[in-house]
Ligand binder design. Structure first.
Ligand SMILES: Nc1ncnc2c1ncn2[C@@H]1O[C@H](COP(=O)(O)OP(=O)(O)OP(=O)(O)O)[C@@H](O)[C@H]1O
Length: 901
């Protein structure tokens, strides 16, 4: 498993060092270096160079592992653990082997389990080797550096991250080797760091050995005072030597890599921690990718303030990429909005949803394009048809750049390039300046596509060393070799007919097997008639097999020529692949443009079919939504079942920030900053709350929104506190989780934030809970003045609207029937005075006797309730929202005797 701390020793002094020491070969013992066989000495030396990785060492047709690695691999992959002779004095040591053709499958399984793997392959033909076959580590695979198609999810990035810290500042770099994205940032708040790591969900995180605190901070199950919440359950980290993370070394590496004199152009010259993280990450890639080039684009520096901040709780509560209950894609916002048709578009949409924008012009540019695509259904559909024909350019370019692409990958690239001009012409024909600006077919790619098509056959095989890759007419030598081989092949093909005639044996056959190659087969009964020049090679029950000198001569020539052809074809292919590799940056730029078109077409498609509107965005703090709907619940319910509801928050007429919706009259009074939302259980409070959050988020992504009309300001953050669960991993109780989250909101919300609170204070005694809920609502409304919706079953909170001007009461209505209630799901002004919790209990199947008793108890509680009176006695005077003086603190409320008769 990655994560064991050790620096890589220098390889140069290994033999001497090892000669003097014993070699620790497993958890169970150690051996003397000199006692090992030469192959084992080599194995151990390589293993010492890769102490973190499981070493797979090629021996014949197998990749073998020894010592502790063998025990680990046998356990993890359920392989047979056997043993191998490691030298006379040592005897047999543990061995587990993987057949070479199944390497990918087993590597996938190991990487998914979080292991790093070093692959030590034979780098010379064993038949030509003098002594020990030459072997080298050709690849180190780790969860964050895999490129193989089968190990990656098409719809999400596979990030490798690196984190450094200095005092309370931190630097974070991340890269996706398969797509070439490479970003870095630095900031101060540790909470922000954990949130950013949560957003990225890296497959692997690099941490310098001198900063193990980072692991404590980021790993789940290790409570930290900075951590409001748990991090990914499978946090996979790798400790790395410190040197590459030092400022000077990291900076130098970045300058060299991007051939620069200063990092100014990359935007990180003055961000030392961002530079250190990025340099350390780059060094790791260079170290693990060995001979392969590290296929990264240029480094982009970003600041967290460019994006709407959505913390982990909010991402979970709003179910942006997966549901909160069972972490599935189905039922998430991404599920509801993803109508992309390419893997690039699908990944881009996920990124857009996790990083909504703050810049109103950028939002409006996306909106303008969407509007065009919404209005021009024809264009949208043709664009989507064309997009479907384009392969995953980002990852194909990545594989070409790293030298792992096969011929089918290059043909897929060529096919995609061929389709780009048509897509580009469509994009250019669109009204939108945003689309027009997308550079989709640089001339160099057109030429590259032509080269690939003219060199590669239409449907090449998967493997590169079996020929049939390169077209005729590409290379004179190849053509001549093919002609020569064709002559001999034809001679062999004709041989059966020729020999039948010569021998007079009508049943004579020409066959082929791996042991002898070509042979002539005659039944035993006719063996007497075999011509004199036949040389008997094998006798079977019913047949005799022969060869002739000429057959063997021709056969040998065919084999040799074919080997020459395969090797020449491979060389030509590698040159083509290198040529493509030189264009990876350009291909990726195109891929990003294609992805953007795909995302926008998809969003336009949803907007049309779900009846979304273009929200009016402004630099104010108003949230005005007419007939808004929850984008996901609406799609999960049968058509027409979802009840739309309006929202009006934060418009301040005195400052003129309120923006009336088209077709509506300006409001006579300003909208509240805080809404107390009450209503029966299961009436739709949480749904309404989330709907407002999702509409705001979608609007800042640039999407249209599920509403009849909307006018929205730009929010700096969206906070949510919805429900609560015990967080056993960090040892926090339900109530403590709730309080931590609430504290986070109160400490960070501003008047430009949207705060959505569902049920604060439920996890403790009623009066403690109510008091906290009251004080939190009061603080949000009068001190912070953030746009807030506060859903609660504490009906006493409705009193606040009589005290603070910027608080209003809304309720989700129900219709009371004699024996049941009907949920109308309509949000209307006014506070509910009942929760109908007992009715919900009845619907859930509580026994009738319990329901009857509950009704009696409730009646008694209602008789005795003085909570509201108590709060009113100690509450703030109704005026403009402001802090009360200390002498207006609420008096203690009388305790209820609920079992009093
Ligand atoms: N506007 C709506 N139109 C149609 N159905 C709705 C609407 N809002 C909510 N629902 C349905 O009602 C169910 C309950 O909604 P929700 O969980 O929001 O209730 P709640 O008031 O928060 O309940 P509780 O107070 O018990 O937590 C939802 O699962 C959804 O199917």
């Amino acid at each position: 498993m990655t994560g064991s701390p050790a620096a890589n020793p220098s390889a140069a002094d290994l033999p001497e060092r090892l000669a003097k020491h014993t070699v620790r070969y497993s958890d169970h013992g150690s051996v003397n270096w000199d006692d090992l066989t030469p192959m084992m000495q080599h194995y151990v030396a390589i293993k010492e160079e890769h102490p973190h990785a499981l070493l797979l060492y090629r021996v014949g047709d197998f990749f073998e592992t020894f010592f502790q690695d063998a025990i680990t691999i046998a356990r993890e992959l359920e392989l047979v653990l056997t043993s191998k002779d490691a030298g006379k004095a040592i005897g047999r040591v543990p061995l587990a082997g993987i057949p070479h053709h199944a390497l990918d499958r087993y590597c996938t399984a190991l990487v998914e389990k979080g292991f790093a793997i070093a692959i030590c392959d034979q780098v010379e033909d064993p038949a030509l080797a003098q002594g020990l076959v030459k072997r080298e580590v050709t690849r180190v695979m780790t969860p964050g550096t895999v490129l193989e198609e089968g190990m990656l999810s098409a719809s999400r990035n596979n990030f490798l991250a690196a984190v450094v810290m200095a005092a309370d500042h931190w630097g974070l770099a991340y890269a996706d080797v398969s797509t070439g994205e490479f970003f870095t940032t630095q900031s101060r708040s540790l909470k922000q760091l954990t949130q950013e790591v949560m957003r990225l969900q890296p497959a692997e995180t690099l941490v310098p050995t001198n900063a193990p605190d980072i692991i404590t901070l980021l790993r789940p199950g290790e409570p930290s005072e900075h951590l409001p919440d748990c991090l990914p359950r499978q946090f996979c980290y790798t400790l790395r030597p410190q040197a590459p993370f030092t400022q000077s070394e990291a900076r130098q590496r970045l300058l060299q890599r991007f051939r620069l004199r200063s990092l100014e152009g990359l935007g990180c010259e003055h961000l030392p921690l961002a530079v250190r993280a990025a340099g350390g990450l780059l060094e790791y890639l260079e170290d693990t990718q060995k001979s392969m080039q590290v296929p990264l684009q240029s480094l982009a520096t970003y600041t967290l303030s460019e994006y709407l901040v959505i913390d982990h709780q909010t991402r979970r509560n709003l179910e942006i990429t997966q549901t909160a209950r069972d972490s599935t894609f189905h039922g998430s916002l991404l599920w509801a909005l993803d109508r992309t048709v390419t893997a690039m578009g699908s990944r881009a949409l996920r990124r857009w949803l996790l990083q909504p924008l703050l810049d109103i012009e950028a939002i409006q540019a996306r909106q303008d394009t969407l509007e065009d695509l919404v209005q021009d259904g024809n264009l949208r559909q043709i664009l989507q048809q064309r997009l479907k024909q384009i392969y995953d350019l980002e990852r194909l370019a990545g594989r070409a750049g790293s030298g792992t692409a096969n011929a089918r990958d290059l043909v897929a690239l060529a096919d995609s390039f061929a389709r780009l001009p048509e897509l580009a012409a469509l994009v250019a024909s669109a009204q939108s300046a945003y689309l027009k600006a997308l550079q989709m077919v640089p001339p160099e790619l057109e030429q590259l596509g032509q080269v690939l098509r003219s060199h590669l056959v239409d449907t090449p095989p998967l493997y590169l060393n079996e020929g049939n890759l390169i077209r005729d007419g590409v290379n004179d030598k190849l053509d001549s070799l093919r002609q020569q081989v064709a002559g001999d092949q034809q001679w062999i093909a004709n041989l059966e007919a020729v020999e039948r005639q010569r021998s007079g044996i009508a049943t004579l056959k020409v066959g082929f097997n791996k042991a002898f190659g070509y042979y002539i087969s005659i039944s035993r009964a006719k063996a007497e008639q075999a011509p004199a020049d036949y040389i008997r090679k094998q006798t079977l029950t019913n047949e005799e097999r022969y060869i002739t000198p000429e057959l063997k001569e021709r056969e040998a020539r065919v084999f040799n020529l074919q080997a020459e052809i395969h090797s020449l074809e491979y060389d030509i292919f590698v040159q083509l692949r290198q040529q493509v590799g030189q264009h990876t940056d350009c291909i990726r730029r195109v891929a990003q443009a294609v992805a953007a078109v795909d995302v926008l077409c998809g969003l336009a498609e949803v907007a049309v079919y779900q009846g979304y509107c273009r929200p009016h965005m402004g630099q104010h703090r108003q949230i005005a939504i007419e007939a808004g709907r929850h984008p996901v619940v609406e799609q999960l319910l049968p058509t027409g079942f979802f009840v739309p509801n309006a929202t009006a928050l934060g418009a301040d007429q005195s400052t003129g920030s309120g923006q009336a919706l088209a077709g509506t009259q300006p409001r006579s009074s300003p909208d509240p900053d805080l809404i107390i939302l009450t209503g029966p259980n299961a009436s739709g409070k949480s749904c309404y709350l989330r709907q407002v959050g999702l509409i705001q988020l979608m609007a800042q992504v640039g999407s249209f929104v599920p509403a009849q009309a909307a006018s929205l300001g730009i929010c700096d953050r969206i906070f949510t506190r919805v429900g609560a669960v015990d967080d056993l991993a960090t040892g926090q109780s339900t109530f403590m989780v709730e309080m931590n989250e609430t504290a986070n909101i109160l400490n960070h919300a501003s008047e430009h934030s949207l705060v959505l609170l569902d049920e604060i204070g439920r996890g403790t005694a009623t009066f403690d809970g109510l008091s906290i809920a009251w004080a939190v609502a009061e603080h949000l409304a009068s001190d912070i003045r953030a746009c807030t919706i506060f859903a609660t079953h504490y009906h006493e909170l409705n009193e606040l609207s009589g005290i603070l001007d910027n608080v209003a009461n809304y309720q989700v209505t129900v219709k009371e029937m004699p024996d049941q209630i009907i949920f109308l799901h309509q949000v209307r002004p006014g506070g509910a005075d009942r929760s109908y919790g007992i009715e919900a209990g009845r619907l859930a199947g509580l026994p009738p006797s319990v329901i009857r008793r509950a009704k009696q108890v409730m009646h008694q509680i209602e008789q005795h309730s003085k909570i509201a009176v108590g709060l009113r006695r100690g509450s703030r005077p109704k005026s403009s929202p402001h802090k009360p003086s200390d002498d207006t603190v609420a008096e203690p409320v009388e305790q209820l005797g609920i079992f009093d008769a």
